[in-house]
Design a protein around this ligand. Structure first.
Ligand code: THU
Length: 137
């Protein structure tokens, strides 16, 4: 699956965002190395801190189904009820979750639309990672 198709999946996932507090709707589409896609949206909460980002929703769905090998994720976000107006980059917590399950060359795609797409690697957006191996140093 190419980045454009993955952004399309993320746009569909964004339709499910539960965002009564921020009114900022985010969608993510996580591609496994075998080609399966897991969608995620942000899910907010009246107590605020239990809020889950779209990216982590997608990761936790996939990991809980036994997936461990990931190729790419697409992320789209912006004010709810409108098409995205800008690129939406993963927050620091979601980048750390990506680092737990993905290698440095994992592809992070951000899109404004199907035709306005940027591609990055995980190591580009999260340099000097902290991973399991670092616990033993
Ligand atoms: N959010 C995401 O879902 N992903 C991001 O990459 C950035 C932020 C959500 C969290 C919260 O529900 C809303 O966007 C505003 O921060």
């Amino acid at each position: 699956m190419d980045s454009k198709a993955l952004v399309k999946e993320a746009l569909a996932a964004r339709e499910m965002a539960y965002v009564p507090y921020s009114h900022f709707a985010v969608g993510a589409a996580l591609l496994t190395k075998e080609g399966k896609v897991y969608r995620g949206c942000n899910i907010e909460n009246a107590a605020y801190t239990p809020t889950n980002c779209a990216e982590r929703t997608a990761f936790f769905k996939a990991v809980s189904e036994g997936e461990r090998e990931f190729a790419a994720i697409a992320v789209v976000g912006g004010p709810a009820g409108k098409p995205p107006m800008d690129y939406c980059y993963p927050c620091g917590v979601c980048r750390q979750v990506m680092a737990e399950f993905c290698e440095d060359d994992f592809v992070v795609v951000v899109g404004k639309s199907e035709d306005e797409i940027r591609e990055h690697t995980l190591i580009e957006i999260l340099p000097h990672t902290f991973r399991e191996k670092d616990l033993n140093r």
